[in-house]
Design a protein around this ligand. Structure first.
Ligand code: PBG
Length: 358
C-alpha cells in the first residue's frame, strides 16, 4: 500500500483554501461596546488596549465603521453615572443602554442589537444580584444573594431594553430561572419577538479581570463562585444549557471560550441550537500582552525576521509583530468556530472583520 498522502490537499494556497472546512465570516463576530453618558467621549480603557468607553455619538460613528466591514451585531454594556444597593439605574427608562439602543435603531436598520442584562455594573457592591440582608441566611461568606428578588430586577431591565428596541437581551447574572422569568415578562408585555441570548454556561473565571476594570463591575467583597459555574464541571454546564433552552433561550452562550472549547463542542453536538462563545477580556489581553512581549524568534512563515531571527520587545519588527498578531487572532477565532460556536463575542470583532474582507 502506498502512503496516504494527505499533504496532497495542502500543497498550495489555492488547494488549501479550496479544501478548508471552517469559514470564519464577519457576520459570525459580535462586537462588544461600553457606552457612557456625555458627548464626544472616547476614553481608552487602560485594562483593554484598543477598547474605549464611548458616548453615544462616538458609538454610532464607530459602529458605522464596523458595519461597513460586515459586522452585523453588537453587545452593549452600560457604564452608569451612579450605582446603588439594588442597581436601579439599570432599568431606568432613559438609562444609558436604553438611550443607546434607541439611537442605534434610529440610525442603522441592519444592526442586531444585543444588550447585557445584569446588575454587577450598577450595584455599589459589584455583585450580579440583590442581597438578602447581610448575615441572614448563613451564606458561606456571611452574605447571600436573593435569587428570586434578583429575577424581578433582571426582568425589569430586560423589559426596558426591549422597549427601547433591543433585538435580543442577554441575561448574564447566572441566577436560576432568569431565562424563564425574562421570557414570561417579555411575552406578557407584547415583546414576544424580542429574543434571548442566554449566558447559560458562564464560569467563575479568572479571565474577566480586564472587563471588570473596564466596566467597574468587580465584586467589592467575596467572589462569584456561588452563582457562576465551577471550572471543574462540564456535565453541569450541559444541564444549565438544557434548562435555558427549555426556559426559552433562542441562543445559548458558553463563556469564556478558550478554556471551555469542550463545552462549546458538547453543547453544539447535543442540542444543535445556535451557540455563542464569549472570547473574554483576559483572553484578549493575553494575546495583546504576548505580542507586546515578543523577544524570541517568531514562528515559521510569519513574515521576514530581523537579521538575527529575533524580534526584540518594543524594537524592530513591528510589521512582523502585527502580522503575527493578526494570524494568532484569526487562529483563535477559527478554533472557537471549529469547536462549534456559531457566534463569537470578541473585542477583536471589527478588526478581524477587516482582515476577513481582504
Ligand atoms: C457581567 C459580565 C462579566 C463579563 C460579561 N458580563 C464579568 C463578570 O461576570 O464578572 C465578562 C466579559 C469579559 O471578561 O470580557 N455579569
Amino acid at each position: 500500500m502506498p502512503a496516504v498522502r494527505l499533504s496532497r490537499l495542502r500543497k498550495d494556497n489555492p488547494t488549501r483554501d479550496w479544501i478548508s472546512e471552517v469559514l470564519l465570516r464577519p457576520k459570525d463576530l459580535i462586537q462588544p461596546y461600553f457606552v457612557v453618558g456625555g458627548k464626544r467621549i472616547d476614553r481608552p480603557v487602560r485594562s483593554l488596549p484598543g477598547v474605549s468607553h464611548l458616548s453615544i455619538d462616538k458609538l454610532l460613528k464607530d459602529m458605522d465603521g464596523a458595519r461597513k466591514r460586515g459586522i452585523k451585531s453588537v453587545l452593549l454594556f452600560g457604564i452608569p453615572g451612579t450605582k446603588d444597593k439594588i442597581g436601579a439605574e439599570a432599568y431606568k427608562k432613559n438609562g444609558i443602554v436604553q438611550k443607546a439602543v434607541k439611537e442605534i435603531k434610529k440610525n442603522f436598520k441592519d444592526i442586531i442589537v444585543i444588550t447585557d442584562v445584569c446588575l454587577c455594573g450598577y450595584t455599589a457592591h459589584g455583585h450580579c444580584g440583590i442581597f438578602k440582608e447581610r448575615g441572614t441566611g448563613g451564606g458561606r461568606q456571611g452574605y447571600i444573594i436573593d435569587n428570586d428578588k434578583t429575577l424581578k430586577a433582571l426582568t425589569k431591565i430586560a423589559l426596558s431594553h426591549a422597549a427601547s428596541g433591543a433585538d435580543l437581551v442577554a441575561p448574564s447574572a447566572m441566577m436560576d430561572g432568569q431565562v424563564r422569568s425574562i421570557r414570561e415578562g417579555l411575552d406578557k408585555n407584547a415583546f414576544e419577538n424580542t429574543g434571548i441570548l442566554a449566558y447559560s454556561a458562564k464560569y467563575a473565571s479568572n479571565f474577566y479581570g480586564p472587563f471588570r476594570e473596564a466596566s467597574d463591575s468587580g465584586p467589592q467583597f467575596g467572589d462569584r463562585k456561588g452563582y457562576q459555574m465551577d471550572p471543574r464541571n462540564s456535565n453541569q454546564a450541559l444541564r444549565e444549557i438544557r434548562e435555558d433552552i427549555k426556559e426559552g433561550a433562542d441562543i445559548v452562550m458558553v463563556k469564556p471560550a478558550l478554556s471551555y472549547l469542550d463545552i462549546i463542542y458538547r453543547a453544539k453536538e447535543k442540542f444543535n441550537v445556535p451557540v455563542a462563545a464569549y472570547n473574554v477580556s483576559g483572553e484578549y489581553t493575553m494575546v495583546e500582552g504576548y505580542i507586546d512581549s515578543i523577544s524570541h524568534p517568531i514562528p515559521q512563515g510569519y513574515g521576514p525576521r530581523t537579521k538575527s531571527g529575533i524580534l526584540v520587545r518594543g524594537g524592530a519588527g513591528s510589521a512582523e509583530r502585527m502580522e503575527l498578531r493578526k494570524n494568532i487572532v484569526l487562529e483563535i477565532l477559527t478554533g472557537i468556530k471549529r469547536a462549534g460556536a456559531d457566534f463569537i463575542i470578541t473585542y477583536w470583532a471589527k478588526e478581524a472583520a477587516k482582515w476577513l474582507r481582504l
